[in-house]
Design a protein around this ligand. Structure first.
Ligand SMILES: Cc1cc2nc3c(=O)[nH]c(=O)nc-3n(C[C@H](O)[C@H](O)[C@H](O)COP(=O)(O)O)c2cc1C
Length: 265
């Protein structure tokens, strides 16, 4: 499937994690069909796939401590599955899953990546996975409650969880004055990528022929691979680059690097 670059670029600004859904607002059949279509069609890597489950997500979510991270009243969820034999499975699942999340956002739906605290065995039994596959994350999907209620605001630190580090803290390489226009736009989009506990475990090196993403290995892992977060940032970066008329290709790299977006000359 060809990525709808402008549509997903617009969705990057609109997306934010929502955990409480409106039980009185079901998704229309055409919205469910559109979501299912993108789950089946947006599979750019053989080792990563997405699967929509249109049953109440109640039995697959669990809160972290107390109510933190608790998802309520989601009418459906999407599972993000990877082939664990693939050395870049985390990056590929992050990239693929974020495409689905941005399309859901463009359809007016809300989502929240959940990688640590869900009942994996229940999801696995619902969707069926091969012995090489693992469900790396899921997202609830549906219409969020109109306003964030106190419980949801409390768990997201009254909005602070959406804050991001400033670009100068994340970027090295060519000086900013020399960047072509697409670089700034793409790094801004990558900076807005969601990450587990908002840890933003990435850094970017701007080079003459592209941008390399690396993973910052310091800091707690919370049992969720930081390379999954980096795969999400890769999709944001590419969507913004191509929407700014800069085409390129990803090449995966060994740790602590993740991948380089090399521009097509
Ligand atoms: C890979 C990944 C795993 C996440 N896991 C959880 C989780 O287990 N529970 C939860 O409530 N939020 C989870 N989140 C959501 C993050 O807390 C959220 O994306 C981050 O705080 C940034 O906020 P924003 O998405 O509103 O921009 C996860 C996000 C990512 C990208």
């Amino acid at each position: 499937m060809e990525i709808p670059f402008s549509r997903w670029h617009l969705a990057i600004d609109k997306r934010r994690s929502r955990r409480h859904f409106d039980a009185k607002l079901p998704m229309a059949p055409e919205i469910v069909a559109a979501l299912d279509r993108v789950c089946n069609r947006f599979a750019p890597f053989p080792g990563a796939r997405s699967c929509l489950v249109t049953e109440s997500a109640k039995r697959v979510f669990r809160g972290i401590i107390g109510g933190y991270g608790k998802v309520k009243d989601a009418p459906a969820f999407i599972a993000f599955v990877g082939n664990m034999d693939d050395p870049f499975v985390q990056e590929k699942v992050g990239y693929t899953g974020e495409g689905i999340i941005l399309e859901a956002t463009a359809l007016g739906l809300s989502t929240c990546w959940v990688a640590g605290f869900f009942k994996r065995e229940i999801v696995t039994s619902i969707i069926g996975v091969s012995n090489k596959e693992r469900v790396l994350a899921i997202t609830p999907v549906g219409y969020a409650r109109e306003s964030e209620q106190w419980e949801e605001r409390l768990m997201t630190g009254f909005g602070r969880s959406h804050n991001r580090l400033a670009l100068p803290k994340l970027v090295r390489g060519l000086p900013r004055e020399t960047w072509p226009g697409w670089v700034n736009v793409s790094l801004e989009a990558a900076r807005l990528a969601p990450s587990a506990v908002n840890r933003q475990p990435w850094s970017f090196e701007v080079q003459d022929d592209g941008i390399t993403i690396s993973v910052r290995t310091r800091g707690p892992g919370f049992n969720v691979s930081k390379r999954l977060d980096c795969g999400i940032a890769m999709l944001h970066l590419e969507v913004a680059a191509v929407d700014s008329d800069c085409k390129g290709e990803w090449g995966f790299l060994p740790s602590p690097q993740v991948a380089k977006f090399k521009i097509r000359s």
